[in-house]
Design a protein around this ligand. Structure first.
Ligand code: HMH
Length: 239
């Protein structure tokens, strides 16, 4: 490793460098008023129910995206790195998540079969679909995959910190993404993304096509954060 990659690795990797650079939008996505309202107990339950129905639709799309990332990992990564196992574990988690959404929806009286995807959700799903193409680089796709999971992990873990007023009936929801196991899984995804981003950065130094990949990964990461903000806004009824 040399040059910029070495610099980034010394500071904790390319991803942390980007999160510092785009700190405001990252805070916007992970400390959104919707999350802060859960955390201080002032959440509006019709917003919560709206989020629940919309997120179920999103997660079904996300499963297809995860499958596309798994295929890229299988094609491009060395088996010894263990990337496919991490992604497969994430997909097993999504399987449980879908069952959980169904159970939670019936508990809150949300009719999933009648839920129509709203604009921000449609736009986000279309974005995911564009990233399922085989032309999209594995490095870009795994960076996006990490970002999508990490926003929920950061957001919901924030609601479980000491001295918060998260209502008891929402604690389990927050646990779903805020638990330590999910945190570990996000960390594993981040490590994979950092490894590939650093490789792209090295390729740049030796004159291979690393520039496009790095730029695209950064751009798509910012787009994820923007879509996440819009998704929370939609849930609150402000979009
Ligand atoms: C909108 N972003 C959205 N929904 C989710 N379930 C996740 C991220 C999580 O992983």
């Amino acid at each position: 490793m040399e040059g910029k990659a070495k610099e980034d690795a010394g500071k904790g990797g390319v991803i942390d460098t980007w999160l510092r650079k785009h700190r405001l939008i990252y805070i916007g996505a992970t400390r959104h008023p919707f999350i802060l309202a859960i955390r201080d107990g002032t959440v509006n339950y019709s917003s919560f129910k709206k989020w629940l129905g919309q997120d179920y639709i999103f997660v079904r799309e996300f499963v297809a995206f995860a499958a596309s990332v798994l295929i890229k990992a299988w094609k491009e990564s060395d088996d010894s790195e263990g990337d496919t196992e991490v992604i497969l574990g994430g997909m097993a988690g999504l399987h449980d998540e879908i069952a959980w959404f169904k159970k939670e929806a019936s508990k809150w009286g949300v009719e999933l079969s009648e839920t129509v995807p709203q604009k921000a959700n449609q736009v986000y799903c279309r974005f995911l679909e564009s990233l399922m193409s085989p032309e999209v680089d594995y490095t870009v796709a795994i960076t996006v995959f990490w970002a999508i999971e990490a926003v929920y992990q950061e957001s919901f873990a924030h609601c479980l910190e000491p001295d918060t007023n998260t209502p008891p009936e929402l604690q389990e929801v927050c646990q779903r993404w805020g638990n330590d196991g999910f945190g570990q899984y996000c960390h594993s995804l981040k490590k994979i993304a950092n490894r590939l981003l650093e490789k792209a950065s090295d390729d740049l130094i030796v004159g291979k096509a690393g520039d496009d990949v790095l730029k695209k990964a950064e751009v798509e990461l910012i787009r994820v954060l923007e879509h996440e903000v819009e998704f929370w806004n939609m849930s609150r009824g402000t979009a």
